[in-house]
Design a protein around this ligand. Structure first.
Ligand code: AKG
Ligand code: FE2
Length: 325
């Protein structure tokens, strides 16, 4: 992968998204992440076994089946152990997160930075709004008290709606990519082409008893939405105003993805207490971060200070808004 072609850029500008098949080198950029997460799962399994929450560490199973069995049997979704970000509330001194070298390698992979550079320009900043999403099959997933699948399908939203208004003028790019092939069945993303041309829409907290933020379906043209299956190595690029959601995982295997954000250095990130970094700089290459340990320390310091200090809110929305009724 190199820079986006003129055609790909035009597609992105016209429709608010573009799917590119060869952004990452699967062997160099993604397989090390898969291996690294196997170790994270080992540690989690050991702990849950000691705590009596599971009856075996299931170490004979491959990653996907193992994580499914462990979430299912423990009745809990343990995604924070794998995530390379912090929760939006309730950060504690022992809140788990994973900011390992292979994850850093994926965020700073040359292919994705080349592509990001074509959209945000030559000063590329890694915005700290980023997640790993491991979604176990809905048929065996833990559920909350309302019966909702925990960490299931993502409701309709715009990425600008889940950050603070300080980033409203930021040229924030979302890069979503799977660590395995994704399909309609296992819950790929679905996007509304052209929706980025409109305004930031009202997001409703806890709409229809679902946790998190959601745009009511009468505020956009849901009939125009189209699923975008992406294979390992590929990525989906979205603007911050493109309306999107994910489909439910109705397959019998996990659905596993990363979503990253990039933007021009110097613009607000929308989550200013979280640590971003200069991923690429044409004007000052010395400012680029190349050290995964430093990146880990930045997240650890953030966790430690949030645990003892005041915690921010990233929500600007009100469930009492008439659109949310
Ligand atoms: O993977 C998902 O389910 C949602 C991802 C998403 O909304 C994003 O990448 O912005
Ligand atoms: Fe999103």
């Amino acid at each position: 992968m190199a820079a986006l072609t003129a055609e790909q850029k035009e597609h992105f500008e016209e429709y608010g998204f573009v799917h590119i098949e060869d952004v990452f080198d699967p062997e160099r950029d993604i397989d090390p992440v898969v291996d690294e997460y196997a170790g994270v799962l080992d540690t989690l399994a050991d702990r849950l076994l000691v705590e009596g929450k599971i009856s075996s560490d299931y170490s004979e199973l491959p990653f996907g089946d193992r994580v499914t069995k462990i979430y299912s049997e423990s009745g809990e979704v343990h995604n924070q152990h794998f995530d390379f970000s912090l929760p939006q509330t309730g950060v504690k001194p022992d809140t788990p997160f994973w900011a390992g070298p292979a994850v850093f390698g994926a965020i700073t992979a040359p292919g994705v930075l080349d592509a990001a550079e074509s959209i945000v320009g030559p000063e590329v900043y890694s915005n700290p709004v980023q997640h790993v999403r491991i979604k176990v099959p809905e048929s065996v997933s833990p559920r909350d008290e309302q019966g909702n699948v925990m960490f299931g399908a993502t409701p309709w939203h715009q990425d600008a709606g889940v950050v603070n208004p300080d980033a409203d003028d930021t040229n924030m790019l979302t890069v979503w990519f799977p660590l395995m092939d994704t399909s309609v069945e296992n819950g790929c993303l679905t996007v509304v082409p052209g929706s980025h041309r409109g305004e930031l829409l009202t997001h409703c907290p806890g709409y229809k008893d679902r946790p998190g933020l959601q745009i009511p379906e009468n505020l956009f043209n849901i009939g125009d939405s189209m699923p975008v299956p992406v294979k390992k190595g590929g990525a989906l690029f979205l603007t911050k105003k493109t309306v999107h959601a994910s489909l439910p995982n109705v397959s019998d295997r996990i659905r596993w993805s990363f979503d990253l954000r990039y933007q021009p250095t110097g613009q607000a990130t929308g989550r200013s207490v979280f640590p971003g970094f200069v991923a690429r700089s044409a004007s000052n290459p010395g400012a680029e971060l190349h050290d995964a340990d430093t990146w880990f320390e930045m997240w650890k310091d953030t966790r430690d200070s949030l645990a003892i200090g005041e915690q921010p809110t990233f929500n600007r929305w009100d469930s009492g808004d008439p659109s949310c009724a």
